[in-house]
Design a protein around this ligand. Structure first.
Ligand code: NAI
Ligand code: 15L
Length: 267
């Protein structure tokens, strides 16, 4: 049976990659974004904080993949509106409309000040306290805690995915360790949408990277089986950029250069 999935942030980078992939897993996609979605006249064009529009988009959905929001650093006020109030609005709409499963796009920047594991050990989601590296990262911490609240209080289940770098290819040496290929992202989101009894589970979202920093056990327990590895990009990236250096403050934490100079949202 087709499951109706609301995809917020459908016009964005990950949203576009998932629109191309998730239908083959049997989902009927309902799309929403602040801006029109190319070639999708039925998509809902609205702010997450437009309650009637959001309620209508959520109504009848079986689950929500919540990707919408500011995906880089911005002023606290803008982050507050899009990521904090916006994510709260998604959970309120889910509660009001009886949606029982959300997959939440959290980020590695929720824990960006965690030291880079140069010792070769991997970091597990459950062991990592929040150490945001930006207001953006802070909003992802909020999202994870909000998901916990809506599970404990309202029985809405969430998998919070601390996504690494989800792009067609890694573009930095740091990304070799945290790359989530688009195909693996679809595998992971599908596992998160269908695994039984997740309560609120936090997982890291990366491919099976040779240089990976994260223990993917929690994601694998949902049924995720990553198939990609960034290693095929390593030779060129290392030749261009050199290896990560523990003495370089922009390499010393998992958030990379975000700890000192996060990329800014352009709008
Ligand atoms: P993106 O910036 O390409 O897409 C975000 C979309 O959200 C945009 O289309 C934008 O119009 C929409 N949006 C922003 N504010 C909105 C609002 N108030 N109401 C409705 N829609 C709004 O970001 P990307 O790369 O696709 O990321 C998707 C999600 O995954 C984001 O939540 C991001 O923080 C998260 N993430 C992405 C990573 C990546 O590597 N691409 C890594 C970690 C987390
Ligand atoms: C994120 O959370 C951002 O949304 C994405 O644009 C990348 O910068 C990614 O993290 C990353 O750390 O590479």
């Amino acid at each position: 049976m087709t499951r109706t999935l609301l995809l917020t942030g459908a016009a964005g980078g990950v949203g576009t990659l998932m629109r191309e992939r998730l239908p083959s897993y049997g989902y009927g996609l309902r799309l929403m974004d602040l801006v029109p979605v190319d070639g999708e006249p039925d998509a809902v064009t609205a702010d997450l904080n437009d309650e009637p529009a959001l309620r209508e988009a959520v109504r009848g959905a079986d689950a929500i993949l919540h990707l919408a929001g500011i995906s880089l650093e911005s002023s606290f006020e803008k982050i507050l509106h899009a990521n904090i109030a916006g994510t709260h609005a998604v959970y309120e709409a889910a509660r009001a409309e009886g949606v029982r499963r959300v997959v939440l796009a959290s980020s590695n920047h929720a824990v960006g000040f965690t030291p880079t594991p140069f010792d070769g050990r991997t970091v597990a989601a459950a062991d990592t306290p929040h150490r945001p590296d930006s207001f953006y990262g802070l909003s992802k911490c909020f999202g994870e805690d909000l998901a916990q609240l809506y599970w404990d209080k309202h029985g809405i289940e969430t998998v919070s995915v601390r996504i690494g770098s989800c792009f067609p290819e890694p573009t930095s040496v740091r990304m070799l360790s945290i790359w989530l290929s688009p195909d693996d992202a679809a595998r992971l989101f599908h596992a998160a949408l269908t695994a039984p009894s997740v309560g609120h589970t936090v997982v890291y979202g990366s491919s099976a990277n040779t240089r990976g920093w994260w223990d993917l056990t929690a994601a694998r327990e949902l049924g995720y089986e990553p198939r990609d590895d960034s290693e095929r990009f390593a030779k060129k990236l290392l030749a261009d950029q050199g290896p990560l250096d523990p003495a370089n403050p922009d390499h010393a934490s998992m958030g990379g250069p975000w700890v000192s100079d996060p990329p800014l949202w352009p709008h």
